[in-house]
Design a protein around this ligand. Structure first.
Ligand SMILES: Nc1ncnc2c1ncn2[C@@H]1O[C@H](COP(=O)(O)OP(=O)(O)O)[C@@H](O)[C@H]1O
Ligand SMILES: O=P(O)(O)OC[C@H](O)CO
Length: 499
């Protein structure tokens, strides 16, 4: 009987379940979007029960669609939107508040207070992160501060915290297993990435009891088995767990130091493998754990862009300028250029390399001739400009000049965007055959843990290119356009703060 790997990819806007065979080929996909909750400007929440419901639902759906029985699944790999914070009651398994999503800005004042107390350097040196509302630590504090009786319960050991991976594993095992992996732990702003322990000083500062935190394990190991009720009696090993951006780095086979990928989803995340070396950033990037594997952890440099594909959804859902995300390509290429228009999608502040929680979105350079096509094109171009911002920072931090950029994620089907990306970077952009690289990475991690695949060398051989986009724009034009972008960003920064 052939066996398959099941990847559960719980993203910001949808839950996906993907089946892979031994060649790393996709056998079936099921996907379901879920509600985005915006209680106030700058706040973003998800319903944790809907996350679990959609994720378990698509897992069952992909089995039904393909006719594959749960007994034919060799293992499950989990990958997830990172940082998003869930706190639940250990006894009832019910969340005490909605999931506070990575994009949510509500804890900016808590971050300002940490900075005022002089914690910034300590946090950067020990967690590899900048102090920003993006990460889980301040979100946990907010829940403990705002939900009645929560802190007392947490102190008594009655509440559990988890990122989405932990929440899914807890539910898949029906409350038997409370774990996370190194890559997810490194996004909490509570985890010391050198000692590989929860950081007591930061926990004390935020008033977070260590008892609520999950056990931290490698990214490839058997964490537990699924409860028989979840998949018709089957007890499937859950054997891989990694944050979605690190899983994509793995799925792209970026195993050697200096190899990098950029994933174009809701946001855009460029990660460069730095091997066993922890490289501190001096240019606004994050130092993060790539994965824990074979008894050691490896590190990465990361440039986190908060809004990429989400700006295309904004064109579709709020401005109603396009019918679908895919239609953005045709609309954008109906004009020669943006007519001087720039869109800066600072909807939830700006991430790397700016780290400005108070930036907001702007459209600038409008003249009487500016039309819908120009705005759509400028929005797509903003994704490529933000990528150049982080690529430049990455080259400076790592001292490595990138020869080509591997790309993946929902928006890489847009050929205009990919060509413009290559033009504005001046670097070839390589799109692989399998663009569901995040899920593939989770499957690989799970498969390695159970001996379904042997080693990284075997996995590297499975990476195949679909198309390479070569840079073609003249140097002067490229630099003039990028200069305009930097000017536009300057107008968006600190928007919420300045009079
Ligand atoms: N052809 C396209 N052009 C531009 N953006 C696209 C295209 N197709 C999808 N997207 C964008 O990609 C995102 C979906 O990618 P996905 O990798 O599924 O994201 P996530 O994992 O963050 O939910 C959406 O934000 C959508 O707007
Ligand atoms: O859901 P995605 O794919 O946009 O990824 C979100 C990131 O993990 C946030 O850090």
């Amino acid at each position: 009987m052939d066996k398959y790997l099941l990847a559960l990819d719980q993203g910001t806007t949808s839950s996906r379940a993907i089946l892979f065979d031994h060649n790393g080929k996709t056998i079936g996909v099921a996907q379901k979007e879920f509600a985005q909750i915006y209680p106030k400007p700058g706040w973003v929440e998800h319903d944790p029960m809907e996350i679990w419901g959609t994720q378990s639902g698509v897992a069952r759906e992909v089995l039904e669609k393909t006719g594959i029985r749960p007994q034919e699944i060799a293992a499950i790999g989990i990958t997830n939107q990172r940082e998003t914070t869930i706190v639940w009651d250990k006894n009832t398994g019910k969340p005490i508040y909605n999931a506070i999503v990575w994009q949510c800005r509500r804890t900016a004042p808590i971050c300002d207070a940490l900075k005022a107390k002089g914690m910034e350097d300590y946090i950067r040196e020990n967690t590899g992160l900048v102090v920003d509302a993006y990460f889980s630590g301040t979100k946990i504090k907010w829940i403990l501060d705002h939900v009645k009786g929560a802190r007392e319960k947490a102190e008594k050991g009655e509440l559990l915290f988890g990122n989405v991976d932990t929440w899914l594993i807890w539910n898949l095992t029906r409350g038997k297993v409370h774990v996370t992996d190194y890559s997810n732990a490194s996004r909490t702003m509570l985890f010391n990435i050198q000692s590989l322990q929860w950081d007591e000083k930061i926990l004390a500062e935020l008033g977070i009891p260590v008892a609520m935190l999950p056990e931290v394990k490698p990214s490839s190991c058997v964490y537990g088995v699924t409860d028989p009720q979840t998949f018709g009696g089957a007890q499937i090993p859950i054997a891989g767990d990694a944050g979605d951006q690190q899983a994509a780095l793995f799925g792209q086979a970026c195993f050697e130091p200096g190899m990098a990928k950029n994933t174009y989803g809701t946001g855009c995340f460029m990660l460069m493998n730095t091997g066993e070396k922890l490289v501190p950033s001096h240019h606004g990037l994050l130092t993060t754990i790539a994965w824990g594997l074979n008894g050691k952890v490896e590190y990465a440099l990361e440039g986190s862009i908060f809004v990429a594909g989400a700006s295309i959804q904004w064109l579709r859902d709020e401005l109603k300028l396009i019918e679908s995300a895919a239609a953005s390509e045709e609309v954008a290429t109906a004009v020669e250029d943006t007519n001087g228009v720039y869109v800066v999608p600072g909807f939830v502040g700006m991430g790397a390399p700016y780290w400005d929680m108070y930036a907001r979105g702007i459209i600038v350079g409008l003249t009487r001739g500016a039309n819908r096509n120009h705005i759509v094109r400028a929005t797509l171009e903003s994704i490529a400009y933000q990528t150049r911002d982080v690529l430049q920072a990455m080259e400076e931090d790592s001292g490595i000049k990138l020869q080509s950029l591997k790309v993946d994620g929902g928006a890489v089907g847009n050929n205009f965007l990919m060509q413009f990306q290559s033009d504005i970077l001046g670097v070839p952009v390589a799109r692989p055959e399998v663009t569901e690289t995040t899920a593939l990475g989770a499957a690989y991690l799970a498969g390695l843990a159970i001996g379904y695949w042997t080693d990284k060398e075997e996995i590297s051989k499975k990476w195949n290119v679909d198309k390479i986009f070569m840079p073609g724009m003249e140097e002067d034009k490229k630099e003039a356009k990028y200069k305009g972008w930097k000017k536009a960003v300057g107008r968006a920064l600190r928007w919420e703060l300045e009079e």
